[in-house]
Design a binder for this molecule. Structure first.
Ligand code: HEM
Ligand code: HEM
Length: 312
């Protein structure tokens, strides 16, 4: 049994895979819809939950902030249904136990996310709950992207393993980079919901910049000829550049340009794009980490030879 046999133990199911891809794409749209609620200051436009203006099913007049807040709730309910379908379908067709667990975990996450959304309304948007809601949203997106990835043809086929002495270091760096981006997201969300100052997020941006560059350079140096790794590494670098530019635009439009009581369109666009690009950055780094773990095989012969020399 090879290290990767667990990954190949299910046949490719085209319909199931494409359904999970569409579901993940809808979650991305929901992140944009949620970010529009925050950027338009529309979080309390619908004051009750789980009802909306006293009804569970009636659609209120979609005017002002209500169109963002209620629109976001409707999309969230639709995604809740899609996630139930993903969990049940995965349970039925996927022979890998860990994948079935992942499907049910996605469902548990979307339920927790809905409850956090409701609680933030009921408690008038406390920074801690709104920040947790923003963070769990992107974590949920990563779970849905990983389900789509693990059901792909590329995944169920054997990997193009590349042996290198540095495989373990690269795996460690990639895991640390995902962790750093996730912490950076929490600090960005805490700042956006006025829980903390901007400085930790700016320091975090420098750390993320360093980690992503280290990871990308390391990956491209060793695996330029392996597209499964080189492609996500290149996309990650591009997203980092875009994300930093959008971060600067968010800062300028929110703090130097904003004068009127109504949110500026330029601020809404840049902050929503910064949130959305942050989600893509996190998901891409997660995919790269999974690919590194899958394709980079440690050079055991060389490592043990080095160990023997060290002992001698
Ligand atoms: C189920 C999946 C859901 C996802 C993936 C999701 C995602 C998001 C995202 C990404 C944001 C923006 C956070 C930010 O920009 O910092 C947001 C904001 C918000 N969401 Fe959700 N949401 C979901 C469900 C709900 C539900 C069911 C409610 C019910 C009330 C809700 C209420 C809110 C509110 C009030 C905000 C604005 C928070 C603020 O401005 O402080 N969400 N959501
Ligand atoms: C380098 C990587 C960066 C990542 C991954 C990142 C990620 C994020 C995320 C995910 C959020 C919103 C969280 C949420 O509520 O859902 C956010 C908010 C924010 N970030 Fe960044 N960010 C980065 C760099 C920067 C930089 C360089 C700046 C420059 C000043 C910046 C300025 C901001 C501002 C101002 C907000 C709040 C926007 C608002 O008030 O609506 N970010 N960041």
């Amino acid at each position: 049994m090879t290290r990767y046999s667990y990954a190949q133990s299910t046949p490719y199911n085209r319909a199931h895979h494409w359904f999970t891809v569409v579901a993940a794409a809808f979650v991305f749209l929901l992140i944009i819809a949620g970010a529009l609620v925050t950027s338009n200051d529309a979080g309390l436009s619908v004051p009750d939950w789980p009802t909306s203006f006293g009804s569970l099913y009636r659609i209120p007049p979609m005017v002002g902030g209500v169109k963002f807040e209620h629109g976001h709730r409707m999309l969230a309910e639709f995604i809740g249904l899609l996630t139930i379908a993903v969990a049940v379908w995965t349970q039925k067709v996927d022979q890998r136990r860990w994948m079935r667990v992942l499907g049910w975990s996605a469902l548990a996450t979307v339920i927790a996310q809905g409850v956090l959304g409701g609680l933030t309304v009921l408690f008038y948007l406390p920074p801690a709950i709104s920040t947790a809601h923003a963070t769990l949203a992107q974590t949920f997106f990563c779970i849905m992207v990983s389900i789509a990835f693990f059901t792909s043809k590329n995944w169920v086929q054997p990997p193009a393993t590349v042996i290198t002495a540095d495989a373990r270091s690269l795996t460690t760096i990639s895991v640390l980079t995902v962790g750093t981006i996730w912490l950076q997201l929490i600090m960005g969300a805490a700042f956006r919901h006025s829980g903390i100052r901007l400085l930790p997020h700016l320091i975090g941006a420098c750390v993320v910049f360093g980690m992503v560059n280290w990871l990308v350079i390391f990956t491209l140096k060793r695996y330029r000829a392996t597209p499964q790794l080189a492609t996500p590494a290149t996309v990650l670098l591009i997203l980092l550049g875009v994300q930093i530019a959008l971060g600067l635009a968010s800062y300028i439009t929110r703090y130097f340009w904003s004068t009127a009581a109504a949110p500026l369109a330029s601020m809404v666009v840049s902050t929503v794009a910064h949130v959305a690009c942050g989600a893509l950055l996190l998901a891409t780094c997660m995919i790269l980490t999974i690919q590194i773990h899958r394709h980079a095989e440690p050079d055991i012969v060389r490592a043990s030879a080095v160990g023997r020399t060290a002992k001698a």
